[in-house]
Every structure is written in C-alpha cells, then in structure tokens.
Design a protein around this ligand. Structure first.
Ligand SMILES: *Cc1c(COP(=O)(O)O)cnc(C)c1O
Length: 481
C-alpha cells in the first residue's frame, strides 16, 4: 500500500486495487446464527458458507485473484504431460527462489507428505522454530516427533519483539549436539502460523543455515507464508532496508536445501510445490509425485491454477500487493488495543489473533477457550474465525490432553478480499463481545476424531451461555442483524 497521508490525520490503510468482481454476502439474524453454530457442532470449520458474513477462517485458497491472473488462466496449456504451463511455473519458481528443480503438488500438506515420507524415519526428531498442524501430523504419523526451538519471546502473546518467529540458535545447536543422529532435517516456517503469523529475520535464517552446515544437516523452509514474512523483513530488518523484495527472497532461499509452499497462500492461487537446487534431493522425492499427486508436470494442480500462480508469484514481489494484509491486520490490532481487547502483539501476518486466555479468563483450558471464543464471535457477528489453541493440538500418546502453549482465535484476513468497512464491522462486533465477555462459557467434545480433530470434531456448549449471549445481542441491537 502506498504511503498516503490523510488530511484529517486519520491513519487508515488505503487499498491499491479496485474490485471488479463481487460475491453477494448473507448475514443471518442472531437467532439463526445460534442454530447454525449448534448444527456445525460448535466447530467453525463445519459452518456453511451461506451462513457466514465475514469468512475469516483462513487465508488458504481464498485470496482474491488479480485481473492479470484471471487473464493468464485463459491461456493455460492443458495436457497430461509436457505442459508449457508447467515450464512457466517451474521457471517462475526458479526465478523467485533461484532454484533449479521444481516438483508440483496439489497443496502445501502434500509437499509435507512427500518430504516426510522421503526423509523421516521412526524415532526421528525434527527441530523447527514452531510446529504447524499439517507438517506435525505428517511427522508424527511416521513415528517421529517435532522439537520446537523458538526464541522465548515468541510464546509471549504480547511483546514488542519484531521477530517472534526466530529460531533460538543456542537451543538449536545444543539440541543438535545431543540428538545429531536422530535429525533428518531442520524445518523453518516463514510467517510462523500458530503463534500469530510472526516473522523470522533473514539473519536468523542465515544462522540456522550456518549451524546446519556445521553439523551436515539438511534445511527445509516452509515458505507458505513467505509473503508476510518478506514484508516484515523489508519493514523491520535494518540490514535489508535497501534490498529489493526479490533480493531478500533470493538471499533467504540460499539458506535452505529444500523450499516448499502452499500455493493456496503464496501465489494467490491453489496448489503447491517443492523447489531445490539439489538434483539428488529432487530425485529422492520425485517418485512420490506421480504416486500421490499426479504426473510430474501438474502434480494434482489444474493448469489454470498453475498459470494464475505464475502471475501470483510475480505479484508477491510487489510491496503494494503484499502490504495489504499486514496493514489491515495492524489496523485491527491497533483498534483492539485502544478498546482494551487482548490481542497478539506485534500485529503479524495472515490474520489478527485474539488472546482467548485473557479475553475469557473464566473458561479453563480444559474447556477450550479459543474454541468457545470462535463460537461467540460467530454468534456476535456472523464472523467465522479459527480456533488455534488446544483443540488444534492432538492428544498425547497416553490419551491425555495436550494443552496448547497459547489459546488464540485467529481472524484471518484473506488477501485483497475485504474492504475496510467490513474490517470495521468485525472490530465493532468483537468489542461488543469483549464488553459482554462474562457471558461466554466453555465447550466439550461430543465427537472427537483421533487425527486433526479440529477439522471435523463436534462439540457442545457447557450450559446455556450461547442463548444468553444471543439474548443480550438482541437486547442491545434491537432489530439489527
Ligand atoms: C497453510 C499452511 C500449510 C498447509 O498448506 P495447505 O495448502 O493448506 O495444505 C503449511 N504450512 C503453513 C505455514 C501454512 O500456513
């Protein structure tokens, strides 16, 4: 977004694009919302889109495409093998990351499956700055485990640390010395998702790379949220101030042996892929692509999406484009702070994160405060956020509950999708909810799947707090939706 000052002195983010295709939205009345959340098993993943006004569940596959992306989709070369579209994508990924080899996959987790199946063995341990749900599930499925070596500041919900996603290099080296034989690779996650879309520094990635080289360990970058991390490096890391976005990206890529990404986030389309400069590593992973994804020149992606991704990756190198999300998120975060609503600070990428632990301290962690807050936000405003707390964890092998380090409600801001008035509406309804936070109670599971339970588990409220919250809404807002 451009640097535009308002005469009024108000500080608001200004969109550097205009909207030319729209989708009608529906906001059901609060009584309906109460029914919808019950039907969805108090799991926002199970709500129907038609019942959602602000879909802030995720930034995955829901970012708006540009006119240039739409145009590119019309000229896709649709063939099973040898598609010219694939060559374009391969070249674009090579141009952005400076890599020679590219393996396509249908989305980010498919890359994780291929990497895990190729390199992870039972009993292994994979050090990382912080885990994310899908890579962790792929690693634990194979009988290995993850070790989080984030800087201590990363887990502080409120902080003024600008790079909460940094790896603690001392902890990393110590851990490697003690566990060298068990470590197939080190994983770094850009825009560290579960702690609130928090970035790491380029200098930190270089530090990780140097340690990995010293001990002869492979490095893997999850670049799904690289666009946010890139924007923050450009804004916050003094040494990178005069580097272009392309230069920063190329420098970062040098720190990693394997780079994978979800094209549902990076590239404003749907798909994913794995890039590397090593022929040997590429050969090792390659055979799993036709087995699980599709032939090597599409990997389960539609060629139209691949064309869109080629353009989307280019747009990622434009600061006007990648600053939109972080600036909207900062605006939300600042407004919440003014109203005393507990949020993750500093504002990160991908979404604004409410701190459920402080928002509703009356709900104990065993009753899933972040999940409860997700239900309450839907009742309060037809807002669909995502629980990022204990429900998103999996139980320990002995069946006991593994309490999340932080209980967050993520309000994702899909890129280029919403306008500022819609963001203001969300802020308004969340502030109302905060004023009425004493009405919010807990949840319990009624159906609990063993794997990735947050996707399809069903819960119910403990007591009748949801009715009371809806009644209070009606009393305060009259006949308003
Ligand atoms: C979304 C995401 C993934 C998984 O990508 P999908 O395309 O949704 O499978 C992996 N890592 C991170 C950091 C993500 O944000």
């Amino acid at each position: 977004m451009a640097n535009v000052k308002f005469f009024s002195g108000e500080q608001i983010p200004l969109e550097m694009h205009k909207v030319r295709i729209v989708q009608k939205l529906n906001l059901p009345p609060v009584e309906e919302r109460l029914k919808c959340i019950a039907e969805a098993g108090n799991n926002t993943f199970l709500l129907k889109n038609k019942d959602v006004y602000m879909d802030m569940l995720t930034d995955s596959g829901v970012n708006a495409m540009s006119d240039r992306q739409q145009a590119a989709m019309l000229v896709a070369d649709d063939s099973y093998a040898g598609s010219a579209t694939f060559t374009k994508l391969e070249n674009k990924v090579g141009e952005i990351f400076g890599t020679k080899y590219f393996l396509p996959a249908h989305q980010g987790r498919a890359c994780e499956n291929i990497i895990a199946m190729t390199f992870v063995k039972e009993g292994n341990v994979i050090p990382m700055n912080f885990h994310f749900t899908t890579p962790k599930a792929h690693i634990t499925r194979l009988g290995a485990r993850v070790e989080e070596l984030l800087v201590d500041e990363g887990l502080k919900v409120t902080s003024d640390c600008l790079f909460k996603g940094n790896m603690d290099l001392n902890k990393l080296e110590k851990f490697i010395v003690e566990n060298r034989e068990k470590i197939p690779f080190i994983r770094m996650e850009a825009g560290t998702n579960l702690i609130g879309g928090q970035p790491f520094e380029l200098s930190n990635a270089r530090g990780v790379s140097a340690i990995a080289k010293k001990y002869g360990i492979m490095t893997v970058l999850d670049a799904s949220l690289w666009q946010d991390n890139l924007y923050f490096i450009k804004q916050r890391e003094a040494a990178c101030k005069d580097m272009s976005l392309r230069e920063i990206t190329l420098e970062l890529a040098k720190c990693f042996d394997i780079i994978y990404f979800s094209g549902r986030k990076l590239g404003f389309a749907r798909g994913g892929g794995i890039a590397t400069n090593s022929k040997e590593l590429c050969e090792k992973m390659k055979e799993l692509v036709p087995l699980f994804e599709g032939f090597l020149t599409y990997g389960g992606m539609s060629v139209r999406e691949m064309e869109a991704m080629v353009v989307g990756l280019d747009e990622t190198m434009d600061e006007d484009v990648i600053s939109q999300g972080p600036q909207f998120i900062k605006y939300m975060t600042d407004e919440f702070l003014k109203a005393g609503v507990p949020v993750v600070t500093p504002a990160g990428g991908l979404g604004c994160h409410l701190d459920a632990t402080r928002f509703i301290p009356q709900v104990p962690q065993t009753q899933y405060p972040a999940g409860s807050l997700a239900c309450a936000a839907y009742i309060a405003g037809g807002i669909r956020g995502m629980e990022r707390g204990t429900i998103s964890e999996e139980r320990e092998p002995d069946g006991s509950e593994r309490m999340a380090a932080v209980e967050l409600l993520r309000l994702a801001v899909p890129r280029r999708v919403y306008t500022l008035s819609q963001i203001k509406y969300v802020i308004d309804r969340i502030i109302w909810l905060y004023e009425n936070r004493n009405l919010v109670g807990g949840l319990k599971f009624v159906e609990e799947p063993k794997v990735l339970r947050f996707f399809f588990g069903r819960l119910e409220p403990i007591g009748d707090w949801q009715q009371k919250l809806a009644e209070k809404f009606r009393a305060d807002f009259g006949d308003s939706l």
